[in-house]
Design a protein around this ligand. Sequence first.
Ligand SMILES: NC(=O)c1ccc[n+]([C@@H]2O[C@H](COP(=O)([O-])OP(=O)(O)OC[C@H]3O[C@@H](n4cnc5c(N)ncnc54)[C@H](OP(=O)(O)O)[C@@H]3O)[C@@H](O)[C@H]2O)c1
Length: 232
Amino acid sequence: MKTLIITGASKGIGLETARLFLAHGYRVINFSRTPAPLDTIENHYIDLSQPGAEKSLRELLDKIIDPSQITLVHNAARLTNDTADATPTSAFRDIMEINVMAPHILNQIIIPRMTQGSSVIYIGSTLSEKAVANSYSYVVSKHAIVGMMKATCQDLSGKQIHTTCICPGFTDTEMLRTHVGENEEVIDAISAMSTFGRLVRPDEIASTIRFAAENPVLNGAVIHANLGQIES
Ligand SMILES: NC(=O)c1ccc[n+]([C@@H]2O[C@H](COP(=O)([O-])OP(=O)(O)OC[C@H]3O[C@@H](n4cnc5c(N)ncnc54)[C@H](OP(=O)(O)O)[C@@H]3O)[C@@H](O)[C@H]2O)c1
């Protein structure tokens, strides 16, 4: 049976991705702090920002994963408001733990168990290839994710395992709404920044993730899924 292993499927883009892969017959394993609200998902509760997560993840995955066709989706992330000149190191490290170290750790444990046809899908951001003010740690981490994806592509050459980085635009999830303080005027302004005049739906990103997982021709690609952002 094909398996999806995903971080952060308790809500938002991760939940819609889990739902879609379940509908296509995958076994779905989720790592997050709270459960995904679908009883057919295998939920494992873990705080990926804790440095001790590696030992628990390895012990657990040793028990539940055999070599097989796996899609690994690095989705969980945190977005904070901070700047290049005033971010405490501990806060920066915290973001790196979940946004960068967790994908690294899961790669070490899971890629050796991947058979041909498997894939590693990274979730980047528009901020994987550009920066805006006041999102310092997130911008750094999302640029790192593109580097990790490109290195994954090169290092897995010949193994018939592919990798892609999907970069969502403004997507209607808790992360975005919390970031803008649930302010509908800001949501409207952000929506107007796309050529379609609306936010991306989480299920649209889920479909893009599945397309990437099923199409090895996209190996090494950075895909922007954002409805076309209006350039100023
Ligand atoms: N929404 C957007 O506009 C947008 C734009 C560009 C890129 N993205 C990217 O898309 C991905 C998904 O974002 P989203 O908008 O769907 O966010 P979301 O609705 O806030 O969901 C984030 C997920 O990450 C999990 N998570 C957060 N901290 C965690 C931790 N310490 N340990 C384990 N799991 C943790 C959460 O689960 P628990 O709370 O249950 O732990 C949740 O399932 C992220 O990589 C994000 O950077 C989003």
